[in-house]
Design a protein around this ligand. Structure first.
Ligand SMILES: C[S@@+](CC[C@H](N)C(=O)[O-])C[C@H]1O[C@@H](n2cnc3c(N)ncnc32)[C@H](O)[C@@H]1O
Length: 320
């Protein structure tokens, strides 16, 4: 593909899906699936996904037949992404042979033999959602995919745990953990400086006056979970590894790479410690390498499953 002229988060998230599918740690996934409580029509599994983007994880759970009876609450602060999640899921469910309807409250009802999933989507900031829902509803499973590096984890994680039923499960796949690697190597020092300053901008991100980023969220998650009284049930690496095979990059992954390079450029242009001309040469070279199929990109990430203790949470087991 030629170098894109415009970039969109929606296309990035759609392009990311095949990269995620390859990267997810299936040992951790199987441990999660085995730990899920049995759902029935009377007691559906209650799932909350935060930072759900365009709803890729809902599709993954439905394809894997992991969900039989469930209510799925998918929230994201970006209204355009949540609207797209709603639209895509309705279309995708029809293509997969679900009987898919939307009711007056805009809840999606997906039915197939032995499966009934209700999906609620909402555009809302996670902090506002926590305040509103505290003491009102409780969930059996919380999912935050590629999310924890974008928030104030020490403050948000315990608050999210308080929305869980006692003994509920937490699943944090694709949590960024401070590794950004490009091949072929350029000038080692300059590559290193780009990685370091890029991670620094993640660490220094402030949103609404609050710290909102951690480039090593994956490794720090263990301590934050311990502080919140959560047991780690399973953990493993889930690095993104993007490369071109004989037929080039799979699916829309060339766009995914262009978007990553564009984001690094947008983040670091004007950085006082980086020479502007050298940076733009570096960016241009990386875009050309994508066109030629020679760029390899690796991002270090972790998948973690945790369980909140039986005494924690705002409801007793099995209550609505
Ligand atoms: C890297 S994207 C991942 C999206 C999706 N989980 C996936 O893996 O495809 C992070 C998402 O978190 C959302 N997000 C970031 N901060 C948020 C917040 N404070 N409250 C709710 N959503 C947030 C963004 O809008 C974005 O859609």
């Amino acid at each position: 593909m030629s170098i894109p002229i415009t970039y969109s988060l929606m296309r990035y998230l759609a392009a990311k899906k095949s990269v995620d599918d390859r990267a997810l740690n299936w040992q951790v996934w199987q441990r999660l699936v085995a730990a899920l409580p049995r759902a029935t029509p009377q007691q559906p599994l209650r799932i909350l996904e935060v930072g759900a983007g365009i709803g890729s994880m809902v599709e993954r759970l439905l394809v894997g037949d992991v969900l039989t009876h469930a209510t799925y609450t998918a929230i994201d602060m970006a209204p355009t992404l949540i609207a797209e999640a709603h639209r895509r899921l309705l279309q995708w469910a029809n293509e997969q042979g679900f009987q898919a309807d939307e009711n007056r409250e805009r809840l999606l009802q997906l039915r197939r033999a032995g499966q009934h999933i209700t999906i609620e989507t909402e555009a809302i900031d996670v902090a506002r959602f926590i305040v509103r829902e505290n003491g009102r509803r409780a969930w059996d499973l919380l999912i935050g995919q590629a999310f924890l590096d974008l928030i104030d984890m020490p403050a948000t994680l315990p608050a999210l745990c308080s929305l869980m039923r006692p003994g509920g499960l937490l699943y944090f796949p694709l949590t960024f953990d401070g590794g950004t690697v490009f091949q072929p190597e350029g000038e080692t020092q300059f590559d290193g400086a780009i990685e370091a300053y890029y991670h620094q901008t993640i660490d220094r991100r402030v949103l609404d006056g609050k710290p909102s980023g951690d480039s090593r969220a994956g490794r720090h998650l263990f301590a934050h979970l311990r502080m919140a009284g959560v047991d780690v049930v399973a953990a493993g690496g889930s690095d993104w590894v993007v490369f071109a095979g004989a037929n080039g990059y799979p699916a829309d992954e060339a766009y995914f790479l262009h978007d990553i390079i564009h984001t690094i450029g947008a983040t670091l242009t004007g950085h006082p410690q980086l020479d502007t001309e050298r940076l733009s040469t570096w960016l241009a070279q990386r875009h050309v390498q994508i066109k030629q199929g020679t760029l390899v990109y690796i991002a270090h990430q972790l998948d973690v499953v945790g369980r909140v203790p039986a005494r924690m949470g705002n409801r007793q087991v099995g209550t609505p």
